[in-house]
Structure formats: C-alpha cells, structure tokens
Design a protein around this ligand. Structure first.
Ligand code: FE2
Ligand code: FE2
Length: 138
C-alpha cells in the first residue's frame, strides 16, 4: 500500500484560516479513504465525502478572497483550477452513490487525493511565494 501524503509545515502559507483548512483537508480526506478501505456502509462514506466536499468548496472561496485582497495576478487561472477540481470532486459523489466496487472507489478516491495535493504543492505554493515577495508580515 502506498503511503498517504501528510501535512507538512512547509505547506503553511502564513494565513491562519487557510493553513487550518489545508491541515483539515488531510484529516478529512483520510477519513474518506479509511471509510472506503474499511468497507464502511455507503451512507457513512457519503457522509464523510460530503463533509469533505463542503469544506473544500468553502476553502476555495476563502482562498480566492485572500488572493483577491492582495491582487494576486494569477487569481483567474487559480480559481479556474478550483472550479475544475470541484467539478471532478462533485462527479465522484455520483460514483460513490452508484459503484459497488471498493477497488474502483479506492482507486478513484486516491486519484482525487493526488490531484488535490498536486494543486496544493504546485499552485498554492506558487501564490505562497508570491505573497511572501509582495506582502509584509503583520
Ligand atoms: Fe488551497
Ligand atoms: Fe488553491
């Protein structure tokens, strides 16, 4: 079994709200993976998935608000990526309701996890370094 990617302090962007959400992202998604891998009842899997989904969409909104506040020049592309990610996460909800294959679900959830982590380590870290260069602490 491949190991899951965990939160690292280097992911911190310096905004307490956003950092708290990024941190929670890992534990929330872990719960979904645990539910799928543990063969939990569909309602339970869906419940943790929906909590994850609503936290994620709130996070994307808050992140876009932060980036707008600092006039981040790549906000448009960044929020387009959020929209695309939310669309794929939402599509997975229907699969969770329809599929009876734990192997398939596990694969889909892990692929989803990978694409969200990829966004965090590439795009979010890009605005982090921009913010570091263009804002002063405090
Ligand atoms: Fe983010
Ligand atoms: Fe983002």
């Amino acid at each position: 079994m491949t190991s899951r990617i965990a939160w690292r302090d280097s992911f911190a962007v310096g905004d307490p709200l956003i950092d708290g959400q990024h941190r929670a992202f890992f534990s929330d998604l872990d719960q979904v993976v645990d539910a799928v891998e543990g063969g939990a009842p569909r309602d339970e899997v869906l419940g943790s998935f929906r909590r994850f989904l609503s936290a994620l969409s709130q996070h994307f909104r808050d992140e876009e608000t932060l980036l707008a506040r600092y006039a981040y020049p790549e906000l448009r592309g960044h929020s387009d990526e959020h929209t695309a990610l939310l669309a794929s996460v939402t599509a997975i909800e229907s699969l969770l309701m329809a599929s009876n294959s734990p192997v398939e679900l596990n694969y889909v959830i892990r692929t989803l996890f990978a694409s969200l982590v990829e966004h965090l380590v590439s795009e979010d870290m890009r605005y982090k370094s921009w913010l570091l260069r263009h804002t002063k602490p405090g």
